[in-house]
Design a protein around this ligand. Structure first.
Ligand code: PGA
Length: 254
């Protein structure tokens, strides 16, 4: 169970899905369940849906997020949206360095670090995603990968700057595959990440930073994952598009 410093965060990542009408429908479902949620709730929606979903979530306490943003504030970057634009559109949060961005769109640790700076400057709460591939896990590189991604991603900021930062541990082999990390595997990785946070900025920073688990979280496995001492929430893809997300929002505390 998470410490009192770390309010659970249940976040849905809608990825590149849903029309505006479907987004409205799902946002209404999430808004309707907000009162019975067991923690803070957030949805990371496609850029096209930010404004309409924002209207529906107003006053519900559900936080609105974007799935990616550029590190420059404005300029000739066709196809991109900037962190100030994301904030201006009504978002409170942004995903940074999701493994799909790293793998398919070339996001490097250096870019992620710059995106983090831009998100903080725009007043957004960043969720920095880290995680190893299956190949890295099988060749015993998990800890090295996590250490590098955390250190490089958070490099150069003072602890006060990073007070709002959330980390998401998403083993790439568990994303969209139905192969969830076991609660013990998740706890082991979260504990390791927390030790890295301690190395960077000490005990207080490590103890106060939320670390979410992501990768095939479902209504069936959410309780056992959330029961782990260092699992402070979930970042949910597939199951966040369905009614199951309501059950995930209301996970039962161990
Ligand atoms: P999944 O995706 O829940 O569909 O595995 C998680 C994510 O990519 O954030």
């Amino acid at each position: 169970m998470a410490s009192n410093l770390r309010r659970p965060l249940l976040a849905g990542n809608w990825k590149m899905n849903l029309t505006l009408a479907q987004s409205v429908e799902l946002a209404k479902l999430v808004a309707g369940g907000a009162n019975s949620a067991s923690g803070e709730v957030a949805v990371f929606v496609p850029a096209t849906a930010i404004t309409v979903v924002g209207e529906i979530l107003k006053g519900t306490g559900v936080r609105l997020g974007a799935q990616n943003g550029h590190f420059e504030a404005s300029g000739a970057y066709t196809g991109e949206i900037s962190m100030p634009m994301i904030a201006d559109a009504g978002c409170a949060m942004v995903l940074i360095g999701h493994s799909e961005r790293r793998k398919l769109f070339g996001d490097t640790d250096a870019w992620i670090n710059k995106k983090l700076g831009a998100a903080l400057k725009a007043g957004l709460t960043p969720v920095v995603c880290v995680g190893e591939t299956l190949e890295e896990r099988e060749s015993q590189k998990t800890w090295r990968v996590l250490e590098t991604q955390v250190a490089e991603g958070l490099k150069g900021f003072a602890p006060a700057d990073l007070a709002k930062v959330v980390i998401a541990y998403e083993p790439v082999w568990a994303i969209g595959t139905g192969k969830t990390a076991t609660p013990a595997q998740a706890q082991e990785a979260h504990l390791f990440i927390r030790a890295q946070l301690k190395k960077i900025h000490g005990d207080g920073f490590a103890a106060g930073t939320r670390i979410l688990y992501g990768g095939s979280v479902t209504a069936e496995n959410v309780d056992s994952l959330m029961a782990q001492a260092d699992v402070d929430g979930a970042l949910v893809g597939g199951a966040s598009l369905k009614k199951d997300f309501l059950r995930i929002m209301g996970f039962q505390k161990a």
